[in-house]
Write a protein that binds this ligand. Structure first.
Ligand code: SAH
Ligand code: SF4
Ligand code: F3S
Length: 469
């Protein structure tokens, strides 16, 4: 995996139709594109399940769809611009085939509410992240020419009882959402407004989903939440409370052959218990994504991240002391309101200290309605943001190359997840530390198999090796 930079990455990626499994035998067809974070991708699988029950099967062909859906992201302005462009293209398609319904789901639907439907007339249906159960009814209404909108946020909805229909066809790795929403109020972030209050999914339903996936042959699950470390669940009957570390262990105990990952940890909440769980269970992957955002405590305060650089540094020290080979990555925002050269330098120093394997790096993008938009001036000029972002990217490239080079000569257990994008003669997979490893095909190994791979070369985003028998 190459270092991810700016918007076209993590929270701006799109699951295009070509990775989707075709569903036949349904009277009507829907096409879906997903943008944004893993949670949004997992939501599309919940939407697919709801639509299957309403007699819609997924198609890869835009032209044959009765219903076109965009599951959207609002995290940065550019993410929304991409969606607008797509909607304009769909409008052209609708002119050729007026019976096609176009719907917008997810965070941008929640943020824009009626605007795209009533003022801009770009869509027929608008459904926010907590209202997917009403999608079949809204599709029916829109088919009769009425407005199909539901953007109500909920304090309870977790879609616990809905078995997601896995849309990508690898059958190796799956996402499990363990909570929704976010109670943190980072001053730059739109998520609390688009996803609502934090709520945790029932422990039993998470376990049931993970067990089922393992029985179906999946070898890896990723537990998802905006702040997984604040997961907590109290059983009404027994009054037993389960925290995130305990959940992690219970999922890991399903089988040593099931890898467990999680995202995202918040530096203020990640506990020693979580770090110890990774240390103690081989199948809990040695990889932590720990968003830094900035290395300057002054900026962190302004961002309302509720930790200082010193706090973050201590968390990293503890991780490295307990799990010396732990993979570590971060999110970084550059050019936040009032950021000085000194603050920027502090971020570079922090990056060097943490020696991240990989980072998602973004220029600050002001979002309507956030605390930062209301109270602070977006006063770092674009040219400065771009230059600082470039410096951050260059440093990360260097750190990645150093980290990947250190793996030459080591042997890793790799879970094969598919063919290398570059060559049909090679498999690709990931090690526990979440590094992508590419190696020549051998001995009928296939996706879903664990193999030991000796590393003999690398780029800054990929380890290259050979299978050891
Ligand atoms: N819940 C996660 C992050 C979710 S959003 C956490 O707290 O770590 C993913 C990343 O997008 C954030 O970590 C941040 O780096 C980036 N991001 C969020 N809002 C942004 C904004 N307004 N401008 C630029 N990047 C932003
Ligand atoms: Fe946004 Fe902060 Fe919540 Fe992450 S923790 S989703 S950055 S408000
Ligand atoms: Fe984007 Fe919403 Fe996720 S804003 S990052 S899709 S929670």
């Amino acid at each position: 995996m190459l270092n991810k930079t700016i918007d076209e990455t993590k929270q701006g990626t799109c699951l295009t139709a070509d990775t989707i499994v075709l569903q036949t035998g349904y009277p009507q067809k829907f096409y879906i594109e997903s943008y944004g974070c893993s949670m949004n991708f997992n939501d599309s699988e919940i939407v697919a399940s709801i639509l299957n029950k309403a007699n819609f099967g997924v198609t890869k062909e835009l032209e044959e769809a009765d219903l076109i859906l965009l599951n959207t992201c609002s995290i940065r302005e550019k993410a929304e611009q991409t969606i607008r462009k797509r909607l304009t293209e769909f409008r052209k398609l609708k002119m050729r085939k007026p019976s096609t319904l176009v719907g917008i789901l997810g965070c941008m639907a929640e943020r824009m509410k009626t605007t795209l439907l009533e003022e801009e007339k770009l869509v027929d249906i608008v459904v926010g992240p907590d209202a997917y159960r009403s999608l079949p009814m809204l599709v029916k209404q829109a088919g009769h020419g009425q407005k199909g909108i539901n953007v109500l946020l909920s304090r309870e909805e977790t879609y616990s009882d809905i078995a997601p229909v896995r849309l990508d066809n690898t059958g190796v790795s799956a996402y499990i959402s363990i909570m929704r929403g976010c109670n943190n109020m980072c001053s730059f972030c739109v998520v609390p407004f688009t996803r609502g209050r934090e709520r945790c999914r029932h422990f039993q339903s998470i376990m049931h989903e993970a067990e089922q996936l393992f029985q179906q042959g999946y070898k890896e699950v990723t537990l998802l939440g905006q702040n997984v470390d604040s997961y907590h669940y109290t059983d009404e009957a027994t009054q037993e409370t389960i925290n995130f570390a305990q959940l992690l262990v219970k999922v890991a105990m399903i089988s040593p052959l099931l890898r467990v990952r999680f995202s995202t940890s918040h530096p203020k909440d990640i506990t020693n218990e979580v770090i110890q769980a990774i240390q103690q269970y081989d199948n809990i992957c040695s990889y932590i994504h720990l968003p830094l955002q900035s290395g300057s405590t002054r900026i962190l305060e302004k961002m309302n991240r509720t930790y200082s650089w010193e706090w973050y540094k201590e968390r990293v020290d503890t991780i490295k002391a307990l799990i010396p080979d732990c993979g570590l990555s971060a999110d970084i925002i550059t050019g936040f309101c009032s950021e000085t050269e000194e603050d920027h330098q502090a971020t570079l120093v922090a990056m060097r200290y943490c020696a991240y394997d990989m980072s998602y790096m973004f220029a600050y993008s002001e979002r309507p309605g956030t605390y930062a938009q209301k109270k602070f001036a977006d006063d770092v000029p674009d040219t400065v943001k771009k230059r600082r972002l470039q410096e951050i990217i260059e440093l990360q490239n260097q750190l990645s190359l150093e980290s990947y080079s250190k793996d030459i000569g080591k042997t890793f257990s790799v879970l094969i997840d598919g063919e290398s994008k570059r060559s049909v003669a090679d498999w690709k997979g990931r090690n526990s530390q979440n590094k992508t490893i590419v190696f020549p095909k051998k001995n009928n190994y296939k996706p879903g198999d664990f193999v030991n791979v000796l590393i003999h070369d690398c780029t800054q985003g990929t380890l290259l090796g050979t299978v050891q028998d």
